[in-house]
Design a protein around this ligand. Structure first.
Ligand SMILES: Nc1ncnc2c1ncn2[C@@H]1O[C@H](COP(=O)(O)OP(=O)(O)O)[C@@H](O)[C@H]1O
Ligand SMILES: [Mg+2]
Length: 703
């Protein structure tokens, strides 16, 4: 990529976007592309300050030694934008984990940034090899069979050439014997080929299973913030399509070992017949292979861009299915389909562009191959004419050539394609499992099998994204003791759910500490936190399984009695029994076959099964009628005895009996106390309660 412009805002903007995209396309990685954009922008702005907006500049990116290189140069007197007072290095070093190498080339007045490749072939193959390693024996058998098939493939052309010669001399008996040998060879060759293919298929299934299992486990380890940001398409594509491509890649590589063996054998045989002609054939092959290599290099860059767009298609399709009712109700199918089509068209446009480039270059290569064949025929004719060799030798050579020449390049081309495909998929899966673009949740080492249940927020600040300056939690401090039931109220959007999400460490505070039993949760193991904390959300996710399995997933091996007991407590037992298959009824994806209230009650039953010490209700009864709500309230009141219960209430009536109410505003606790105390002392709470009363028309609330 090359961009020329002057240092005005529009051109700088264009150059920065182009260079950022190019960095990703060339394989520097997502994080590097963000760092690249920022760095290039800062460099250009500093140049503008010194040379003015009319000064021309040039920027180009290419892969070179050490990774992806970006060169930014400006005409004018020498000025180093990376000098001591430059804020670039400092800002970037403080904020980002991915760092390029920087260099100011004085003589040309330009800056060179080198980003290491996000993943190298060696690293990614090393990483994915461990998945194929489990079935190495099968691989070895498959390769051995293929080598046998290849060896037989070398003998076959020689025999068929002899048959042709025998035809010309009318040696009928000889023809029959040779034909029998040829048939036996072909039968054996077919047998070995089938065995090797069966082996490769077996290896494919085993590798794929191992890879998919690991990937799924890793997706669940990715930080929630990253999952929110990337969306479902990326995970769907990488766990399904990319894993298949990797498993396939191993087969292609193994397959190639046998094929190379075959071609090497044919080439050696050719050298033995006539070294000069063989050298010529080798030359044709090498030139074509070089062309293939460059074609594939471009293909990878184009494919990387295509697959990213394709992930967006998958994401949208998954959203379309999940949100189909909303789409239909809002009667916006057309707009949605248009939006989807736009993305599909974009993806297909990229695929077309990629294929166009690839096929054009294939055409050149093929034509060159044909030209080579023509010259070879001329060469053979010349040799026969000059008495260098006989017509039969020419036939053998030509037989070998038709077996080798076009096929070898085709196979090598296909191999390079699969290798590119394999490499790219490896890169994408490796990034998900190990790369910095998909940070994993981290936990401490302190193990607390059972906790008392004290929860404390110690000067907690929290931003969802580092880039925005909207602080959701702003110096949030509170303590809730074990055995207490506390209400948390505040206007919608003030950060209540966010605060809840920090307790089981779904998100990590930007600064400050969250403590359980006086220990910073950063020091605790995953089990110590997640076994002891449960959030019952307003919109719980119920899985596409039977009711029984939805409960079993929380606690394996529960008895029917236990299951029914908690369901009675959560007032859902009757509803379940009324379903067509009772506890075995299949609930749709996300629990679509249940009402909002049923989903909430099932989630409450789930949380009761989990039986953790700290239970956080996040508007968990908002969809229930007053009567059911009162019953569940009773169950919650019973639960509170040895537990810490914090309730974000949809209606104030659900928490007027709490030991304490904390009123939250602008990301911190404004005031806390009982309902009556707050009504008296906290004006915003008074207003909040008045609004709640008018909303719920609950005049029984004490003034
Ligand atoms: N996953 C998220 N990513 C980015 N911003 C979020 C996310 N979840 C919530 N927010 C923002 O954080 C703020 C607080 O949200 P939340 O804690 O859900 O409020 P509450 O539960 O008090 O209604 C809102 O401004 C919301 O837009
Ligand atoms: Mg909320």
């Amino acid at each position: 990529m090359k961009f020329k412009g002057v240092l005005n805002a529009t051109d700088i903007d264009k150059a920065v976007t182009l260079a950022g995209d190019e960095l990703e396309k060339l394989g520097a990685g997502e994080k590097a592309s963000i760092v690249g954009r920022l760095a290039i922008e800062e460099i250009l702005l500093i140049f503008r300050e010194n040379f003015g907006p009319e000064q021309p500049f040039k920027i180009f990116c290419l892969t070179g030694p050490g990774g992806v290189r970006v060169n930014v140069s400006v005409k004018g007197t020498s000025y180093n934008p990376l000098g001591e007072e430059s804020p670039i290095l400092k800002n970037l070093e403080d904020d980002f984990t991915v760092q390029p190498r920087w260099k100011y080339l004085l003589s040309q007045n330009n800056v060179l940034l080198v980003f290491p490749p996000a993943n190298s072939l060696r690293k990614t193959i090393g990483f994915s090899w461990k998945y194929a390693f489990g079935c190495r024996k099968v691989f070895i058998i498959a390769i051995t069979c293929q080598i046998f098939a290849a060896l037989l493939g070398i003998v076959a052309p020689a025999i068929s050439a002899r048959i042709v010669v025998a035809y010309t001399t009318n040696e009928l008996k000889r023809i029959i014997i040779l034909a029998i040998i040829l048939v036996v060879i072909q039968l054996l060759r077919n047998f070995f080929m089938v065995m090797s293919n069966l082996g490769y298929n077996k290896a494919y299934s085993s590798t794929l299973s191992a890879l998919e299992k690991d990937l799924v486990e890793n997706v669940l380890k990715v930080e929630s913030e990253c999952i929110d940001e990337k969306g479902s398409g990326m995970f769907i594509q990488r766990t399904t399509s990319d894993t298949q491509r990797i498993a396939n890649g191993f087969n292609s590589i193994a397959d190639m070992v046998g094929t190379i063996f075959n071609y090497a054998g044919v080439l050696i045989a050719m050298f033995m017949v006539d070294p000069y002609v063989a050298l010529f054939v080798l030359g044709i092959i090498v030139v074509q292979c070089i062309m293939e290599y460059y074609r594939d290099k471009r293909l990878v860059a184009d494919d990387r861009v295509f697959r990213k767009t394709n992930e967006r298609v998958s994401g949208l399709v998954s959203e379309m299915v999940r949100g189909s009712k909303d789409v239909k109700c809002m009667n916006c199918e057309e707009q949605f389909v248009d939006k989807l089509n736009e993305t599909i068209l974009d993806a297909n446009e990229k695929r077309w562009y990629m294929q166009k480039r690839s096929w054009t270059s294939k055409l050149f290569r093929w034509e060159l191959g044909e030209f080579g064949s023509f010259i070879l025929i001329c060469l053979l004719v010349y040799n026969i004419f000059n008495g260098h060799f006989m017509a039969t030798t020419a036939i053998v050579i030509f037989n070998y050539y038709t077996e080798l020449g076009p096929n070898a390049v085709k196979v090598i081309g296909t191999f390079l394609d699969s290798l590119a495909d394999f490499n790219l998929s490896n890169e994408r899966v490796y990034a998900l499992i190990k790369g910095p673009d998909f940070p994993k949740e981290r936990f401490g080492k302190t193990d607390l099998p059972s906790v008392k249940g004290d929860v404390e927020f110690d000067h907690v600040h929290f931003f969802y994204e580092r880039k925005t300056d909207h602080k959701v939690l702003n110096d949030l401090c509170f303590k809730v003791k074990s055995g207490e039931m506390v209400g948390l109220v505040g206007k919608s959007g003030c950060g209540k759910s966010t605060a809840f999400n920090l307790i089981p460490k779904l998100y990590v505070p930007t600064s400050g500490r969250v403590l359980i039993d006086g220990i910073d949760i950063n020091e605790l193991t995953k089990d110590s936190i997640r076994n002891n904390v449960t959030i019952v959300p307003q919109n719980p996710y119920i899985f596409r399984m039977s009711v029984r399995d939805n409960l079993k997933i929380v606690k394996d091996g529960i008895t029917d009695e236990e299951m029914e007991r908690v369901c009675r407590l959560a007032c859902i037992d009757e509803d379940i029994k009324a379903m067509p298959d009772g506890y075995d009824t299949l609930i749709g994806e996300g629990g679509v076959k249940l009402s909002g209230g049923q989903r909430q009650r099932l989630a409450i039953a789930r949380s009761m099964l989990k039986d953790s010490r700290i239970i956080l209700f996040d508007e968990a009864t908002s969809a229930l009628d007053n009567e059911t709500q009162a019953k569940i309230q009773n169950a919650i009141d019973n639960m509170r005895k040895e537990r810490t219960v914090i309730i974000i209430a949809h209606r104030l009536s659900t928490i007027v009996n709490a030991d304490r109410i904390m009123f939250m505003q602008d990301g911190k606790i404004l005031k806390e106390g009982t309902h009556e105390e707050l009504l008296r002392t906290c004006e915003p709470y008074h207003t909040f309660a008045a609004m709640d009363r008018s909303r719920n028309q609950e005049s029984e609330l004490p003034e």
